[in-house]
Design a protein around this ligand. Sequence first.
Ligand code: KIV
Ligand code: ZN
Length: 386
Amino acid sequence: MSERVYFFDTTLRDGEQTPGVNLNQEEKVEIALRLEQLGIDVIEAGFAAASPGDAAAVRAVAKAVTKPMVVSLARANKGDIDAVIEAFKGIDNTGIHVFIATSPIHREKKLNMSKEQVINKAIECVSYAAQHFTHVEFSCEDATRSELEFLREISEKVIEAGATVLNFPDTVGYTTPEEYSELFQYILENTKGVEKVILSCHCHDDLGLAASNSIAAIKAGAMQVEGCVNGIGERAGNVALEEVAALLETRKDYYQKDTGIVLKEIAKTSKLISRLTGVSVPPNKAVIGNNAFTHASGIHQDGVIKDKSTYEILKPETVGFMETKLVLGKLSGRNALKKRYEELGYTISQEELIDLFAKYKDLADRKKEIFDEDIIALLETKSAAE
Ligand code: KIV
Ligand code: ZN
């Protein structure tokens, strides 16, 4: 039987930490409503304590959506937690996400706290948060550079204090799939009370491993994946949630996981987020890039014309794009040219095609991209010569 993986979207919080991105309340609500259509389970709407504007936006998002749980981030201090309590006052289906750093480098250089002090702070804050929320996520910031034994110890303590979700962020994109998988296995096998909570993964892409690490965590038992659509976020970004969703769908044979993601909403969501954040999607980006379903070489184009699955493991329609695209260039073959003429309403005989293809190749040597007008012009030069 397939198990369910929950999708936690932090576009409005970690995503807003993308350099240069600043979303206003209206834009945040628009994105949240779109994320709801996408089937996201948990929306992190912001960081209520950051500013009155952030608190108001967090509240507005929680009021706007109906299905997803909405959470706000809080550092492990009473002031931050109070800001979240205030922002969500009177609104159902809301929760809190409390974090404190656990790695030696953060404890010593940033917090100037001992292990014991970090644990006590975590217990105090999670207990306080649990008096106000039934959904309390606790994150060990920089978990992947923390001692496993310390992660186990703090996890047991916060579970006792009332945490319902435990998150182990790869805050600086440092881990590898094998190592991250071992972290989850270790926590699952050694932590008292772990069966009562949801384990969550949260990966950054500093070494380009965010999707691989997230999927390794899921395979090892993580039940929630955190990230942002389009992979935006601090520095190199968070894991691109559409990649994880597409992967779990495409390789359901191997991973056997269900998600609530409505894949055909991916394209629309990606476009909206790109437009509102001003962060454009690179053409070669997996799943959502302009080239993700575009075939350029003659061999590939010929294969795709015969059967799309020769070179496509995911159909563009599945993730909400209109169609497979064949770009005409110097590598294109005869079949691709014929198909384009047919799409444009021209019927070309085999004999005509031989002649047109020779002219086409000549043109393609001189011109990088061939447009419809170019191939129509070839037809016209041909009829003028007759
Ligand atoms: O990357 C990270 O560690 C975070 C935490 C605040 C959860 O975003
Ligand atoms: Zn993060």
